[in-house]
Design a binder for this molecule. Structure first.
Ligand SMILES: Cc1cc2nc3c(=O)[nH]c(=O)nc-3n(C[C@H](O)[C@H](O)[C@H](O)COP(=O)(O)OP(=O)(O)OC[C@H]3O[C@@H](n4cnc5c(N)ncnc54)[C@H](O)[C@@H]3O)c2cc1C
Length: 495
């Protein structure tokens, strides 16, 4: 560990998984000084996320990794739930066209590809320091800063660092969550699954491009069609089955025998996980905050656990930047949990319902929200819940209609996507230009110049929308007076 680090960082991040890496990039973009402390010397190597959605890709676009990432992912056609007779009982198709967010609805990925891109991007910021092979072992809060002890994993040497805020992106067993004193709300899902990643030795188009949930009352399983030669099976473990027994290669090939054998594929990696469904009760206390798996755990049936952590990072980074730069009161941080916690809960509850269908324990609840196809099978769609209601309005003022809904990403007249022009900043979208006498406190885009913005305003049936840096709507206005009020009061820029 570098003994010379004595500076007071703006933000310390514990954990360099996808949440910590995304948050660090966004904070560095806001010109804050950031230190990331990560216990592991090298990136996590066991199988985890294989799916993310359009909103998440949009956040990666803001970070600056979406274009290289898009070359490594696969567009996902959807998911099918089949019963023991292999009949489809529920379908979750995903559109193959680019959607309202400016990206495809659903992607398959190899998580290490993403983490490498996020890390490479962060290494380009002179204001970000990463300490790998270093563990945070103690945290103390003071009025104006947080002091924490870091231990070098290889030699045990300890060193103290300080930051104005510390964010725990330190995963399921979060030390920062314990330091906040938060307990967790357990939503009840708790199952052991074996996860097996394979590399195909030859083409196997018969396995299909859809993800398949094999709904089996005894041993439910999942098949995922991952990028390139990678394929995944997730297999429920039964009571009494030990880690040692189920991770033996002959046991794994027995599980997979109905689909594939060692002639067609090699085992790449395996892991046993307990899938859980929890939400922490307190996401912040004074100068300590938590994000990602430290704040919530989602059963993986919707592929949304990591996406939720990425959304946390996008929601939190600009608020921390405004606070640290003094352009907003620190009360703004309260809105982080108020908005994110109900949002992630909606995803967790849907994932639990789908888990009930896969286990055939509670098919009726899972199918209750499905629509019927002409052939009698059921179909579900992706959900886009609004953020939870927050006190943010006190900061912004103006009309709260549509507040907390995600604004789409129209294409501008010059062919650029909206976010590429705006950056990680707020923007006011107007149907008609403002009077020249008015000086707006926020960058403005005029729908008369960009026809797709007018279509977006039409979809909300309004004349002006203030979009936050995380692309959620801060406020909207129809009347001239309200529009002028929103333009003049605006929302400070985090950059
Ligand atoms: C089998 C499986 C499949 C999944 N599939 C999907 C999917 O398809 N889509 C999806 O969106 N999500 C999926 N998820 C969930 C997703 O993988 C996680 O939500 C995500 O990786 C969590 O990221 P994180 O950065 O919050 O935490 P982590 O990735 O757990 O990172 C936490 C980091 O903190 C470090 N750390 C912890 N304590 C300390 C300390 N005291 N000091 C220093 N460092 C510390 C750890 O070493 C670790 O690197 C899946 C999960 C599993 C298990």
């Amino acid at each position: 560990m570098n003994e010379a680090i004595t500076q007071l960082f703006d933000v310390a991040i514990v954990g360099y998984g996808p949440t910590g890496a995304t948050l660090a990039n966004l904070l560095a973009q806001c010109n804050l000084s950031v230190v990331v402390i990560e216990r592991n010397e090298v990136m996590y190597h066991l199988p985890r996320a294989v799916h993310f959605d359009d909103e998440t890709m949009r956040i990666f676009q803001t970070v600056g990794v979406a274009n290289p990432l898009s070359k490594k992912v696969r567009i996902n056609p959807g998911m099918r739930f089949v019963d023991q007779k292999k009949s489809v009982i529920l379908e979750w198709p995903r559109p193959q066209e680019i959607g309202l967010q400016g990206w495809h609805a659903s992607y398959r990925l190899h998580q290490p590809d993403l983490e490498q891109l996020l890390r490479a991007k962060l290494s380009g910021y002179p204001n970000a320091v990463v300490l790998n092979g270093t563990e945070v072992v103690n945290i103390e809060q003071y009025t104006k800063n947080v002091k924490f002890i870091c231990r070098n994993i290889s030699d045990g040497h300890e060193h103290s660092l300080s930051a104005k805020y510390l964010v725990g992106c330190d995963g399921a067993n979060s030390l920062v969550r314990s330091s906040i004193g938060s307990d967790v709300d357990d939503l009840g899902f708790n199952e052991r699954w074996l996860v097996v990643d394979l590399l195909l030795k030859r083409e196997r188009p018969d396995l299909g491009d859809y993800s398949i949930q094999f709904c089996d009352p005894v041993r439910p399983m999942t098949y995922c069609r991952n990028p390139a030669k990678r394929r995944r099976w997730e297999i429920t473990l039964l009571d009494g089955e030990t880690h040692e027994e189920v991770t033996r290669s002959n046991t794994i090939w027995k599980f997979l025998a109905p689909w594939i054998n060692a002639e067609d594929a090699e085992l790449e990696r395996t892991a046993v996980y307990t899938f859980q469904s929890v939400v922490a009760n307190n996401w912040l206390k004074d100068r300590l905050l938590i994000a990602g798996d430290a704040a919530h755990l989602t059963p993986p049936f919707m592929g949304q656990g990591m996406c939720a952590g990425i959304r946390d990072a996008a929601n939190l980074a600009w608020k921390l930047a405004l606070c640290i730069k003094g352009t907003a009161n620190e009360d703004i941080l309260d809105s982080y949990q108020q908005e994110r916690s109900p949002h992630v809960r909606t995803f967790i509850e849907m994932a639990i319902r789908l888990g009930g269908l896969i286990n055939t324990i509670d098919s009726r609840t899972a199918l209750a929200q499905a629509e019927n196809n002409a052939d009698g099978t059921a179909r579900i769609s992706s959900i886009t819940p609004p953020l939870g209601v927050s006190d943010l309005g006190k900061l912004i003022g103006g009309n709260r209609s549509h507040c907390g809904h995600l604004f789409g990403q129209p294409i501008l007249r010059d062919g650029r996507r909206l976010d590429d022009k705006v950056g990680y900043c707020p923007v006011l979208i107007l149907r008609h230009p403002l009077d020249k006498e008015i000086s707006p406190a926020v960058p403005v885009l005029d729908a008369e110049e960009h026809p797709d913005l007018a279509i977006a305003l039409d979809s909300f049936n309004t004349n002006a929308i203030l979009v936050r840096p995380d692309r959620y709507i801060a406020g909207s206005a129809i009347s001239e007076n309200d529009i002028v009020d929103m333009a003049v009061n605006g929302l400070p820029s985090p950059i």
